[in-house]
Design a protein around this ligand. Structure first.
Ligand SMILES: Cc1cc2nc3c(=O)[nH]c(=O)nc-3n(C[C@H](O)[C@H](O)[C@H](O)COP(=O)(O)OP(=O)(O)OC[C@H]3O[C@@H](n4cnc5c(N)ncnc54)[C@H](O)[C@@H]3O)c2cc1C
Length: 568
């Protein structure tokens, strides 16, 4: 065994408790050593040494990987992990490409529910589970995992740009939201998931474990979470890779970070152009809800200082929206001089500052920092199907077209999804929201594919995710208590859009009625206030909005009085 290019010794040791709690080992476990990746090559062999320390109960075991013996070099100890489960032997992997530290559930007797993704699907499922009545021996331990420390109420992200809301109002921290619950939150990123019945092999892939009740989630930090039940709610992400230069030169508008970045770039442009007779040009790619709501918000914010254009391949804006919403949006966009460039495909985006290295052809990577202007290549599609290249320029390009569902891989080294997915990459689910073939895994929200009772695919909306969370919570309760599960029934409540600080459109789902203007704007905000998580947070936001609208009204009255008193 010592004659290969490198030799790996994996030793599982039961160590003294005092060693397990050693700060030194604890620190080492937090910092994987990347150099080990290079030392894993062909010819490595694993020896599993389980001896000497077995008799000491409840102590972590150790895996040691040594490589490069043939060259006389023993590689750096790279990975340590401890299994924190009561009664279970911990595992310290030394020399593996990663280390795995098991998440320590408080005990092993009650069900362990792991929820990945703390958005509309995940957070609301956690809150629903926490609110249900449980017998003491069935009350589950609930763990919520998200890559960020804040829940984001995405439909109100536009209000960051119009300055109608503060960040804390639409993006409260999980710690604050879960303070009075039995839900534990950890901030980490999900890297791979194995379903119950699969276990991780040394090479990072999964094999059958024979245990059909326990699955595993692997996290970026090196933590391994063993679960009995899983809720997959990782949402979706923007897809900028299908047009050359889009990823480098355009900004998506999907996360809180995206919204803050767009706000920062606009603020920079506003201060750069202050006093200059040079409008800020914004190009929005896509005229669905997101593109149109952004156009309305930005054209209002920039006023005469800016020019907003919306480009879309279709012949009309918001093509899938109710006619009432579409007409209200068109009226507002036209009153704010937004240009609708319809019937065009965007075929490439390049920064004019760096056009020699960034072009639609070579997919170059121009910097988006500073005040670069972007020249946008458009392909004109005419009714005679002739193509013609046109160019437009802008200071800022916002990309709202296309998303892809986030379903983790089942393997660290490949993108092979952990679960069966449909053509859009969403996990396939049954009528009870369980992933097909995996009765202990529920998938909801944007990352799941669900159909309504007529067999139509449901859209990726907060409304769907929110309603699914209610069913997922209930069905988990039912499954744990051996009760019948409820088939998911979607109720379409209507569609709402913001069109700036005082405009909006709302079409109800149950009657043919569209509201627009200030009434719609206020109705939408009230509906979203009601949907915000937890009563404590709702109350804080309600008071904050009340205070702001009182201040706005006082300012308005003051303005009017000053105007009236001004000598003519
Ligand atoms: C700007 C904007 C406006 C919108 N407006 C509306 C609207 O008006 N009405 C409507 O119904 N819908 C709207 N939507 C859509 C709606 O927000 C989504 O459909 C909804 O958020 C989906 O819920 P979800 O739980 O599936 O995903 P999300 O709410 O996106 O939550 C997913 C969570 O998973 C986390 N996550 C992702 N990957 C990982 C990982 N690898 N590890 C750990 N955590 C991870 C994310 O951080 C996030 O917190 C809007 C979306 C956007 C972007």
């Amino acid at each position: 065994m010592l004659t290969g290019e490198s030799v790996i010794i994996i030793a599982q040791l039961r160590m003294a408790a005092v060693l397990a709690s050693s700060p030194l080992l604890g620190t080492a476990a937090c910092f994987p050593v990347n150099s080990e990746r290079q030392s894993r090559g062909r010819g490595n062999a694993d020896l599993n040494i389980r001896r000497h320390f077995r008799s000491i109960p409840k102590l972590p075991s150790i895996k040691i990987r040594l490589s490069g013996i043939s060259t006389g070099i023993v590689s750096v100890v790279s990975a340590l992990s401890f299994d924190g489960q009561p009664g279970a032997a911990g595992e310290v992997t030394v020399g593996d490409e990663r280390y795995w530290k098991s998440y320590a559930w408080s005990q092993n007797k009650t069900p362990r529910i792991c929820i990945v993704g703390g958005g509309f699907g995940g957070l609301y499922t956690a809150l629903r589970l926490d609110s249900l009545f449980w017998e003491a021996d069935k009350r589950p331990q609930i763990l919520l995992i998200d890559q960020y420390d804040r829940f984001v109420f995405k439909p109100l992200l536009y209000e960051i740009l119009s300055k109608e809301v503060d960040q804390w109002e639409i993006a409260p921290t999980f710690t604050e939201l879960l303070a009075n619950t039995n839900v534990t939150f950890i901030k980490d990123s999900v890297k791979a998931v194995s379903a119950p019945g699969q276990s991780r092999r040394e090479n990072g892939s999964f094999a059958s474990s024979g245990d059909n009740t326990v699955g595993t989630v692997l996290l970026e930090s090196g933590t391994r979470v063993n679960y009995d039940w899983l809720v997959l709610a990782l949402g979706s992400e923007s897809k900028l890779d299908f047009v050359p230069g889009a990823a480098e030169n355009a900004l998506p508008f999907v996360t809180l970070e995206n919204a803050l970045e767009v706000d920062r770039r606009l603020t920079d442009l506003e201060s750069e152009r202050s006093g200059l007779d040079k409008p800020i040009e914004v190009m929005i790619v896509g005229s669905g809800y997101s593109g149109v709501e952004l156009a309305a918000t930005l054209s209002e914010r920039l006023g005469k200082k800016g020019k907003v254009r919306v480009v879309d391949a279709g012949s009309d804006i918001c093509s899938s929206a109710p006619a009432g919403n579409r007409e209200a949006a068109k009226k507002v966009l036209s009153s704010r001089n937004v240009d609708l460039v319809l019937g065009y495909y965007v075929t490439g985006i390049r920064s004019s500052e760096d056009s020699s290295t960034s072009s639609p052809e070579n997919n170059g990577s121009a910097s988006t920092s500073g005040s670069s202007r972007y020249s946008i290549s458009l392909k004109l599609v005419t009714s005679r199907k002739r193509s013609d290249d046109s160019h437009l320029e802008a200071d800022l390009v916002l990309w709202t077209v296309g998303t892809k569902a986030t379903v983790p891989s089942r393997d660290l080294d490949t993108d092979y999804p952990a679960f069966p997915v449909n053509g859009r990459g969403q996990a396939d689910t049954d009528e009870f929201l369980r992933v097909k073939g995996h009765p202990r895994i529920f998938a909801i929200g944007d990352s799941a594919s669900t159909k309504d009772s007529a067999g139509r695919s449901l859209p990726s909306t907060a409304q769907v995710a929110f309603q699914q969370a209610d069913y997922a919570g209930w069905n988990l309760w039912a499954a744990i208590n051996d009760r019948p599960l409820l088939p998911f029934r979607y109720q379409h409540l209507g569609e709402m859009m913001t069109l700036g600080r005082t405009d909006g459109a709302v079409t109800a789902g149950f009657v043919d009625l569209t509201l627009d203007g200030f009434v719609a704007h206020s109705a939408r905000k009230l509906a979203y206030l009601y949907r915000l998580p937890t009563d404590e947070h709702k109350t804080k936001v309600a008071l904050s909005w009340l205070a702001k609208s009182t201040m706005d009204t006082i300012a308005l009255v003051q303005n009017e009085v000053t105007k009236a008193l001004k000598p003519k």
